[in-house]
Design a protein around this ligand. Structure first.
Ligand SMILES: N/C(=N\O)NCCC[NH3+]
Ligand SMILES: [Mn+2]
Ligand SMILES: [Mn+2]
Ligand SMILES: [Mn+2]
Length: 303
């Protein structure tokens, strides 16, 4: 089994510097060797800087969108890398970088795995359209691009092919969803297990229900897009948009363990680790938990 690892040193989907250093810090921490110890062959194509060179010097807003040219060029290049990995039958592991990169990762896997389903673990729904976004930060919009919710031909993003229907995505961990996003989730009937459901049913039942919803016959390839801010800020403090009342260390790991156990996981993103935020301990804690979750996605078990 081969895993293609892509380090996406990109922060343009949001305003806080440092998240582009997430992949470097996870690699420095030793995640590649840890994955090898699990028995994977590791293809790592990330020298750093890797994607920074695709970021133009001039990138004025287009409509509400901030850094549209940067996000477009990085995600387009990333989509190609992920698609090539998936075409070779490799597991596609993407280390971010902010969550806008999922425009590229899911586009890449969906181009190969036609019946893909996505499990989006996050405090946020990231489904704002380029018109409903209040901030213009595109890390709050990747799902709207992947589902084709924007008007046709968004400038710079004409290349994006909608690849996700509402029945093929499920959320776990939501607790900071904008009013416009709540409206979209309701109108499209998208299944979402917020922290309320996690409290009510427990993480085991939530993951069972999430898988039952997007993968009822256990035959669809799964793409797990894990935003580290899904975890409680006491567990993962070094991230750009922390929200209280998040997943415990174990709940986060259970999600990755249970999804790996299906044997259907073909791709995983680990995003929004920002080493510039939090103190040294917070940085180490967040990088450590990010790498640990990645290992669980790649099959590490407790026994
Ligand atoms: N971390 C974020 N998404 O996962 N921030 C954007 C959310 C804005 N509603
Ligand atoms: Mn996110
Ligand atoms: Mn988030
Ligand atoms: Mn918000």
């Amino acid at each position: 089994r081969t895993v293609s690892v892509v380090g996406v040193d990109f922060s343009g989907g949001q305003p806080k510097a440092g998240v582009d250093q997430g992949p470097f810090q996870m690699v420095q921490f030793g995640v590649l060797d840890q994955i090898k110890e699990l028995g994977w062959k590791v293809n790592f194509d990330g020298t750093f800087p890797n994607f920074q060179k695709l970021v133009p010097t001039e990138d004025p807003d287009i409509g509400r969108m901030k850094k549209p040219r940067a996000v477009s060029s990085v995600t387009r290049a990333l989509a190609d890398k992920v698609r090539l990995a998936a075409q070779k039958g490799h597991f596609a592991l993407t280390l971010g970088g902010d969550h806008s990169i999922a425009i590229g990762t899911v586009s890449g896997t969906a181009a190969v795995h036609k019946d893909l389903c996505v499990i989006w673990v996050d405090a946020h729904a990231d489904i704002n359209t380029v018109e409903s976004t209040d901030s213009g930060n595109l890390h709050g919009c990747p799902v709207s691009f992947l589902m084709g919710l924007n008007k046709p031909d968004v400038p710079q993003f004409e290349w994006v092919q909608p690849c996700l229907t509402p029945d093929r995505i499920v959320y776990i961990g939501l607790r900071d969803v904008d009013p416009a996003e709540k409206k979209i989730l309701k109108e499209l009937g998208i299944k979402a297990f917020s922290m309320h459901e996690v409290d009510r049913y427990g993480i085991g039942k939530v993951v069972d229900m999430a898988l039952e919803h997007v993968n009822p016959h256990n035959n669809r390839p799964i793409h797990l897009s894990f935003d580290v801010d899904a975890l409680d800020p006491t567990v993962a403090p070094a991230t750009g948009t922390p929200v209280r009342g998040g997943l415990t260390f174990r709940e986060g790991h259970y999600i990755c363990e249970a999804i790996a156990e299906t044997g259907l996981l073909v791709a995983m993103d680990m995003v929004e680790v920002n080493p510039a935020l939090g103190d040294d301990n917070g940085l180490l804690q967040t990088v450590t938990v990010g790498c640990s979750l990645v290992r669980c996605g790649l099959g590490e078990t407790l026994l």
